[in-house]
Design a protein around this ligand. Structure first.
Ligand SMILES: Nc1ncnc2c1ncn2[C@@H]1O[C@H](COP(=O)(O)OP(=O)(O)O)[C@@H](O)[C@H]1O
Ligand code: SF4
Ligand SMILES: [Mg+2]
Length: 347
């Protein structure tokens, strides 16, 4: 096993609001291996973007990391100076945002923006900048003639692909993507997804891919993390066994107010399998075979062989239980609430 490229441990982020602290990310822990593709799914407002921003150290007040750690390539990301962060960003770690229209500078050509990024990292040779800019655009299927184009002259899909090309300028080891396809129509989403996966397999970088649409990402991910109300609700180690066990239909209702989350299970108000205990006891993460599930149906007092864990790497070696035993819990748990485009999500 190689060392993980990223270790997130107990990460907690709060927005300081007048009505009280909104804990948008609550004690999230996971590791990412080099070259691994993890999909992060969850309804709108569950803390996905906040988690990514915390990992990339892009948070701004009123958001603050109030607990936990982020270790990237063996060094802590929390507390790095702006200069230290600037040297990591783009080179070792790139971030692709939901809307290229917001991320790209509207008054500069694509080529000029690539040039700025390369110059910021000490590349001054005109030829090198030109060659590399053309190369990354070609990688995402765009004719390099568009280096001269301004963002508004490109289609939505081309803008997103330009952003991904820019993220590839230095062939980073980790690319963090926040709903990079969600502004596109279904067909364009799929083709961009295929392209991202192809790039990842060719270049070998690790990916954290956030989306509210589980059906989009499940086939492309090595693992899938489901977030609900700021917490990791499920972490699936082997998507190959996933099959149809996670229902992709929307479950009625909405996630709770994160300033006042329910005392017990955060999914209880919407859960078809809710028990009395769920209203008072916050579930831990429990191992069900290779999967971690935050649901009391899988606590040792309910299930025969399951034991609580916070460590997913241990998860794979735990006594296995049949994959179909996962389905009942996951179907009843918050993971089942992940919306498809037709579901309850409102982006
Ligand atoms: N700028 C902000 N100020 C205050 N609260 C915020 C801000 N951004 C997000 N939040 C809170 O954090 C929660 C998670 O938001 P976010 O991380 O954007 O979720 P997602 O990306 O899953 O849609 C929201 O429900 C909201 O309560
Ligand atoms: S998801 Fe599990 S713990 Fe939560 S309310 Fe449903 S049965 Fe209870
Ligand atoms: Mg978001």
């Amino acid at each position: 096993m190689p060392d993980p490229i990223l270790q997130v441990s107990g990460l907690t982020v709060e927005y300081a609001m007048e009505r009280g602290a909104v804990r948008a990310v609550d004690d999230v822990s996971f590791d990412l291996d080099p070259g691994e593709f993890i999909g992060v799914v969850g309804e709108s407002g569950c803390g996905k973007s906040t988690l990514l921003f915390a990992i990339a150290q892009l948070l701004a007040p009123p958001a603050e990391i109030t607990g936990g750690s982020v270790t990237f390539q063996g060094r802590s990301m929390v507390g790095l100076t702006d200069a230290q962060l600037a040297s990591v960003r783009w080179k070792d770690l790139s971030v692709v945002m939901q809307s290229a229209m917001n991320a790209l500078n509207p008054v500069k050509s694509i080529g000029a923006q690539f040039k700025d990024a390369m110059r910021a990292h000490g590349v001054t040779s005109k030829a090198e900048i030109g060659d590399r800019s053309a190369e990354v655009l070609r990688m995402v299927g765009i004719d390099p003639v568009h280096l001269k184009s301004y963002p508004h002259q490109l289609s939505g899909g081309m803008r997103q692909r330009s952003m991904i090309a820019m993220a590839m300028l230095f062939t980073p080891d980790l690319v963090i993507m926040d709903e990079p396809t969600s502004a596109l129509d279904v067909v364009a989403q799929r083709s961009l997804m295929v392209q991202i996966k192809d790039l990842q397999q060719r270049l070998g970088f690790a990916v954290i891919f956030v989306t509210h649409d589980m059906s989009l990402v499940s086939h492309f991910s090595d693992r899938l993390m489901v977030m609900y109300a700021g917490q990791m609700a499920e972490l699936d180690a082997f998507p190959s066994i996933r099959g149809p066990r996670l229902p992709l239909t929307g479950i009625p209702g909405a996630p709770p107010d994160l300033a006042r989350p329910p005392a017990g299970c955060r999914f209880a108000p919407r859960c078809p399998q809710v028990m009395d205990e769920c209203l008072t006891t916050p579930p831990d993460l429990y191992l069900v075979g290779p999967v971690q599930v935050r649901c009391l149906l899988h606590s040792p007092t309910h299930g025969p062989t399951h034991k609580p864990t916070q460590n997913l790497r241990n998860g794979t070696s735990a006594p296995g239980s049949p994959a179909d035993s996962v389905s009942s819990g996951a179907a009843g748990g918050a993971a089942g609430s992940v919306a498809t485009d037709e579901g309850g999500s409102h982006e």
